[in-house]
Design a protein around this ligand. Structure first.
Ligand SMILES: *[C@@H]1O[C@H](CO)[C@@H](O)[C@H](O)[C@H]1NC(C)=O
Ligand SMILES: *[C@@H]1O[C@H](CO)[C@@H](O)[C@H](O)[C@H]1NC(C)=O
Ligand SMILES: *[C@@H]1O[C@H](CO)[C@@H](O)[C@H](O)[C@H]1NC(C)=O
Ligand SMILES: *[C@@H]1O[C@H](CO)[C@@H](O)[C@H](O)[C@H]1NC(C)=O
Length: 965
């Protein structure tokens, strides 16, 4: 799973029902590529690297398949090897399942000095050694050969086609509609699987040319396809023999072969001629699948043209075959040079991003490979960035304007945590290349598209020269550095590598503060580490600094195409801030870091914020592009949350949302509502806050219409879902009515346990605002949920249980749930269910308060029940105590702690931590911000709203004991 989804999932868990796309990664299917070749290769890198005195330069490979039924094959390979250093042995990789029948060797070249002396060309094999454990085959020679010698080794061998998995040279089959089986033979040589097909030097840095010949039995419609075009085909004794052109120099794992009856599609358009060549594109698939692929060839031509243009070079081969392999099981597409393999569903997708990513990968990957494992993320980042740019250019709708915001806001969120990545293990690595991708984007803006493209070209063309073909992460930046320096674009005293390092190597981002002095017309810029929560006192203070490009816009001269920095805020300068002349006069606002050019939020003086807020409410609002509007809102609200900015100013920045129509601007709003909502959950101010949210959401919701229109863009559906969800949560009447009407279908169903006719999104509103009967009906459905049913998935039940626990605002529903699941020990509730209930109850004040009361009232029963289940005991203590946010709450929790001082056992640290957080974070946060938010809301809500709230509050306080500050 893509890590941004993980983070978004955590943030929004209780806010957004599953099933709604949360980030562009879900929508675009980017998450499929979470495992990349480089990662796997380097993490799997064998301890046994081949000695490098002798290297292979070319292979002639004959593969014979005598019968399609028998799963056997025989091979004959000739390998030309040259000596880089003195050695009397040749070491090859060969998989243990291949058997060697004959080995020969001949000398084809002497080192220059010996050739002069007229030394005879002689070489003999002394002995052969097979080290199965290392998959090594060592040929010991009688003679010691010197640097510059060359030999041809000749090996005859045989083996079996793989049939139990899809690696090496494997056999598989697919079924057509009539039930007829179509066998096919294909390769998967990525990682180190080439040695399963032939003896070779199976490590990516050993690059060589390959000349392939295959023979297989005559079968209706069968052809072979490999990296290069066919040069001859003949039929001898009932078998076909095909020979292919020699490949350019490449790694063994790039070789590919398919023998099948798959059929082809050709594009309607041609690839542009380049270097005197015209690439021929073909798309392959099962006959019955071809109709799903009809649009694909032209899409590929479009992308290839883009790539040729970007690199100003050809793919280096005369043809490119893209094949949808039936039942392709590898986690990633196989980007063999000239013959790429995809899952059927992946190749048929109309989206540009994934295909562009694979093509960039092969374009760059066939020429240059990262040198070390640490260099791989940068390679991936560059591919990913280029693919995103290609998508923006070729099919902008696909991004829906949301890139890079979705990834960026997740990064801001994570990096601003006291301990980044502490909640989700294993995503740090993913975040590294996302950061690098955003650094490429930053450079593309700050140095301009042209300079960036030129340096990518230089990198590609220089590093792909014969003698290099591998690179270090820094190389990419070095090319940019040299070009920027040459063209006088390099900020004095800085290097690109130095700038990049500060952004890539840290799990933090800076906060830039911009203070304008309107009297002296000076701007003061400073930087510090951006944090959302006040770190505990024990945490060591970090004093990171960054080299930060300061791109600026002024109200009287808006030009968002100008993305060159006015200045660089540098890490070395002392004192740590910078003063410069203001760009404009005191009546105009300025914007720093528009379009999220750099990865950092920006704070301003209150005057500038005020001017921004007013402008955004005015008629010219759209002169500021959506991504920048979103950023201003995002930064204001998050900075207020972090205590960097007065909440009143942040709230002012939301006023323009009443007119805002762009989904890009709206996207981050839901997360922010959720964050603030959680802080003030259970306080009176929350009613006002919810009323305000309603007033913001309603206009756009009404405009979107309640029901999806046919063919509407996906963002609309997505937005409507989010809006409905939030409106429902705040008690918007029409939404609740609709939810209950839908729910009725289930209520009157004669066999309600056969299936759920109600869409998930309606459940929460019904359980929150509906009657006890409706809620109890839901509870029965969980209890009666069929344990084994093909028609109903367990996650349906999980969702139902989550909403039953997390949504109600009446304590009695929750009491009932706890009664059934904990006290009655109803056997239909597993321990995992109980754990889930506890964690869902932290989402609402009613939830955790009711849980607290329950724990308080049934202390000994609960303790005994969870005696041997520490995690449930810890779970209930944590969920019941940690979410309180008032003094009264603190007192109740600490009273509980005093009353049962020695009885908490494993949960002792948990309750102590809860007490600390309530006091140091929650109460402190509330004391600082709630009065401000409350005052602002009182001023900005309509009289009717305020009266309605006053009425509602008096009812609700009788239902649940809430507290007022
Ligand atoms: C090896 O080199 C010799 C001499 O250049 C050539 O005749 C032969 O075809 C080459 N063999 C392979 C496997 O490339
Ligand atoms: C191929 O498979 C057959 C039957 O399973 C087995 O007897 C034979 O040893 C295998 N050959 C090789 C080279 O592993
Ligand atoms: C397939 O068989 C080979 C040897 O016969 C074995 O090493 C490998 O683990 C098997 N793979 C799977 C997926 O079972
Ligand atoms: C920029 O180029 C000049 C002249 O070639 C060279 O002396 C200098 O070291 C370069 N600076 C950087 C940062 O590469």
């Amino acid at each position: 799973m893509m890590w941004t989804t993980l983070i978004a999932g955590l943030i929004l868990l209780s806010a957004i029902p599953p099933g709604l796309p949360r980030s562009i990664y879900d929508v675009e299917g980017r998450s499929k590529r979470s495992i990349d070749l480089n990662d796997v290769y380097y993490s799997k890198m064998r301890q046994f690297r081949l000695p490098n005195e002798v290297t292979a330069t070319s292979y002639h490979l004959d593969i014979k398949i005598p019968s399609i039924e028998k799963n056997e094959f025989s091979g004959h390979v000739k390998i030309n090897l040259t000596w880089k250093d003195t050695s009397d042995r040749i070491t090859l990789n060969i998989h243990q399942n291949l058997e060697i029948s004959k080995v020969g060797i001949r000398m084809i070249q002497l080192p220059p000095d010996e050739a002069e002396k007229g030394t005879p060309m002689k070489v003999n094999i002394a002995r052969k050694e097979r080290q199965r454990f290392k998959s090594w085959y060592i040929i010991h020679l009688e003679q010691m050969l010197k640097n510059g010698s060359a030999c041809e080794v000749d090996i005859t061998y045989y083996g079996n086609l793989t049939t139990n998995e899809t690696t090496g040279l494997y056999k598989s089959a697919y079924m057509d509609i009539t039930g007829k089986k179509h066998p096919f033979i294909a390769t998967y040589l990525q990682l180190d699987n080439a040695q399963k097909m032939f003896p070779c030097m199976d490590e990516p840095p050993y690059k060589a040319t390959f000349k392939l010949r295959v023979s297989y039995p005559v079968m209706q419609g069968f052809k072979a396809c490999t990296n290069t075009p066919l040069i001859s085909r003949r039929t001898i004794n009932n078998s076909i023999e095909e020979e292919f052109e020699e490949t350019p120099v490449m790694s063994t794992n790039q070789l590919a072969l398919v023998i099948s009856d798959l059929e082809t599609l050709f594009p309607g358009e041609n690839v542009n001629e380049i270097d005197g060549r015209k690439l021929q594109v073909r798309v392959w698939g099962r006959k019955e699948f071809l109709v799903s692929l009809t649009e694909v060839p032209n899409k590929i031509v479009k992308i290839v043209n883009y790539l040729q243009n970007y690199f100003n070079s050809s793919l280096g081969l005369p043809k490119l075959d893209m094949m949808a392999i039936p039942m392709y099981s590898a986690s990633k597409a196989s980007d063999n040079w000239g013959l790429m393999f995809f899952k059927e569903s992946e190749l048929s997708s109309p989206l540009v991003w994934t295909t562009a990513y694979e093509l960039f990968y092969q374009w760059i990957g066939q020429s240059v490979t990262p040198y070390r494992r640490n260099d791989a993320p940068v390679n991936k980042a560059l591919n990913s960035y280029l693919a995103s740019m290609a998508t923006l250019d070729l099919n902008p709708d696909e991004m829906e304007g949301k890139w890079p915001m979705t990834v960026l806001y997740s990064l801001y969120y994570e990096f601003a945590q006291t301990a980044p990545f502490s909640r989700v293990a294993g995503i740090r690595h993913e975040a590294t290349w996302t950061k690098a991708e955003l650094v490429f984007r930053m450079f593309n803006y700050t140095f301009g598209h042209e300079l960036f493209q030129k340096s990518v070209r230089n990198f590609f063309h220089q590093q792909s020269k014969e003698d290099r073909r591998t690179f270090f992460a820094n190389d990419i930046f070095t090319y940019l550095n040299d070009l920027a320096n040459e063209t006088n674009n390099l900020p004095p005293g800085l290097t690109i590598n130095g700038i990049a390092a500060s952004w890539i190597n840290r799990d933090r981002v800076p906060l830039v503060t911009v203070i304008r002095d309107y009297e002296t017309r000076k701007i003061n810029l400073s930087q510090k580490v951006y944090l959302r929560d006040v770190p505990p006192q024990s945490t060591a203070k970090v004093s990171y600094q960054w080299d930060i490009p300061i791109v600026m816009q002024a109200e009287d001269n808006l030009n968002f195409h100008d993305t060159k920095p006015t200045v660089w805020l540098r890490k070395e300068i002392v004192p740590k801030n910078l003063t410069m002349l203001d760009l404009t006069n005191k009546d105009n606002f300025i914007i720093v870091n528009p379009e999220e050019i750099g990865m950092f939020p920006v704070n301003y003086d209150s005057c500038n914020w005020k001017m921004l807020s007013q402008y955004l409410q005015g008629p010219n609002r759209e002169r500021i592009p959506p991504l920048t509007r979103a950023k201003l809102l995002h930064d204001a609200w998050n900075l207020a949350y972090a205590g960097e900015l007065c909440f009143g100013i942040a709230m002012n920045m939301t006023l323009f949302l009443k007119q805002e129509k762009s989904h890009v601007v709206w996207e981050p709003v839901f997360t922010m509502i959720h964050h603030v909502g959680r802080r003030i959950e259970g306080l009176d101010v929350n009613f006002k806050f919810e009323a305000y949210i309603q007033s913001l959401l309603k206009p756009l919701y009404l405009e979107l219409g309640e029901n999806p229109q046919p063919d509407e863009p996906s963002w609309k559906t997505h937005m409507r879902g989010l809006m409905q969800n939030f409106l429902c949560r705040t008690g918007y009447e029409p939404c609740i009515k609709e939810a209950r009407d839908q729910f009725k279908k289930w209520l009157i169903d004669e066999e309600p346990d056969k299936g759920n006719p109600v869409a998930n999104k309606f459940l929460c509103p019904v359980f929150k605002w509906g009657t006890n009967e409706e809620w109890e009906f839901g509870l029965q459905r969980v209890i009666n949920f069929p344990k084994t049913s093909l028609a109903r998935k367990q996650n349906e039940r999980t969702y139902l249980l989550k909403t039953l626990a997390g949504c109600p605002k009446d304590a009695n529903k929750i009491e009932k749930l706890l009664q059934v699941s904990v006290l009655d020990q109803n056997e239909n509730f597993t321990d995992a269910d109980v754990q889930l209930i506890f964690s869902m109850l932290t989402g609402s004040a009613t939830g955790y308060k009711t849980l607290f009361n329950f724990l308080h009232d049934h202390w000994y029963t609960v303790k005994e029940r969870f005696q041997n289940k520490t995690y449930l005991w810890d779970g209930i203590i944590n969920s019941a105590t940690s979410s309180f946010n008032t003094h009264e709450g603190y007192d109740r929790v600490s009273q509980l702690y005093v009353d049962h001082q020695n009885e908490f056992e494993s949960a002792d640290a948990i309750i102590r931590k809860a007490l600390r957080i309530i006091k140091q974070e929650s109460i402190k946060w509330n004391e600082e911000n709630v009065p401000v938010i409350d005052a602002w809301l009182k001023e900005n809500l309509s009289k009717e709203d305020l009266e309605a709230i006053a009425a509602a509050t008096s009812i609700s306080t009788t239902a649940v004991p809430t507290t007022t500050d």
